[in-house]
Design a protein around this ligand. Sequence first.
Ligand code: SAH
Ligand code: SF4
Ligand code: F3S
Length: 463
Amino acid sequence: MKYTVNYENKIKSLLKEKKYKYYIDTMGCALNENDSMKYNGILSKMGMTKTDDINNANVILFNTCSIRENAEDKLYGRLGTLKKRKLKDNELYICVVGCMTQQKHVIDKIKKSYRFVDVLLGTHSMHNFAKSLYLAMKEKQKIVEYVEDKKELVENIPIIYDEGVKASVSIIYGCNNFCSYCIVPYVRGREKSRLPDDIIKDIRYLAKSGYKEITLLGQNVNSYGNDFRKQDVEELKEYNFVKLLKEIDKIKGVEIIKFMSPHPKDFSDELIEYINENPKISRQIHLPLQSGSTSILKSMNRKYTKEEYLELVRKMKEKISDVSFSTDIIVGFPGETEEDFLETLDVVKKVNFSQIYMFIYSIRKGTVAEKMENQIDEKIKSERLERLKKLFEDTINSENEAYIGKTFNILIEGKSKNNENMYTGRTSSNKVVVFTANERDVGKIKKVKITKNNLWYLTGQIL
Ligand code: SAH
Ligand code: SF4
Ligand code: F3S
């Protein structure tokens, strides 16, 4: 289905000379950030301008995340602070979209406790956002839209990419895996791959506009295309993730290709071979582990064992030169014993991850793990998180030392946020490097020699 700009124009005429501003608050993962670029596109078509100051905005949009309880609490906190202002200002519209509002119990809670919210839309309703906001503005209606799942993807939604040299493109939506702890399959629906032509068109546009690094996004990127076979799309029967990567490789201007996240169970030999053949593909692979214990992995429904994960890593290290791994780990999943946790630490030691995103298990309503007995005590969870952190920091420190004196080709991404007057980029293994450079070097690839280890980043010097 193709999106057509329609209600955006109606809002434009409704607002007439009024200069409305909008503020977008994005929580959650890269997929949500990508969705927010579309909300940005839709809102700017209404003739409004973006502001970074929430106090200045007429339309406030919260794009929400449900992955853990603390993500959900963020929204409630922020809504709470807006109540007084909303009651006084009848030219303020508050919209809540994203993963939280794809759950009935959350919708009920917002409707009950935050009655002043104007628009509530689930993840399958972005194409109705303009219409909903229009009705909220014109008829002063409160709009709530919840659809179970949608059959068809909506293409052509206006999008404003973040400035810079890096851009992300969603290639597959939803998830079929139902890991027992995870809310995503419930709030994002079943896997739906975008058609290759639509993806290629977006990337061509980005490359032409000067973006050099493209990250392909999906909850499970390496399942890309599986749904084409189920739908019996004749010309796409053989199409898969590797074929897509091969087509992206042909696009002039794309210099670095990344993807996030692949599932270890779907990491094919064909993909491993192809990464090795194509130097444009980042050597930093995100390979979510979740736990190092086979029995916990089983109750998480991850569909691989500790040994299979380690074997995959071994094979990739052997076949792909300079490969490095980042990962996600959950501590304190129901039933996790000290022995199980030690298995996780063992995998961390063996793989030598370059980055670990660590999470304390959070009960999610409606998931299989919610009902599991042996929920772990909060104190034990926190203590395990600290031990994992400590092990990781020690590993990073010793690994960083080995970078000193070495030279890497680095894409200069822009000014460093934390180091004044310095610029930043990443090694092919994804280590952040900070160095002195000129503004005109941004977007160029330069040789940088590493001079210092600062734990979470390295200092370097352009040669
Ligand atoms: N599709 C991706 C990532 C999904 S969400 C993947 O499979 O890797 C990002 C991470 O959040 C997950 O990898 C997992 O580590 C974490 N996560 C998901 N549900 C969680 C929960 N209930 N409690 C704590 N962490 C969770
Ligand atoms: Fe969640 Fe598992 Fe799907 Fe990732 S693969 S989104 S962790 S259910
Ligand atoms: Fe959160 Fe939804 Fe992403 S639950 S992690 S924003 S897919």
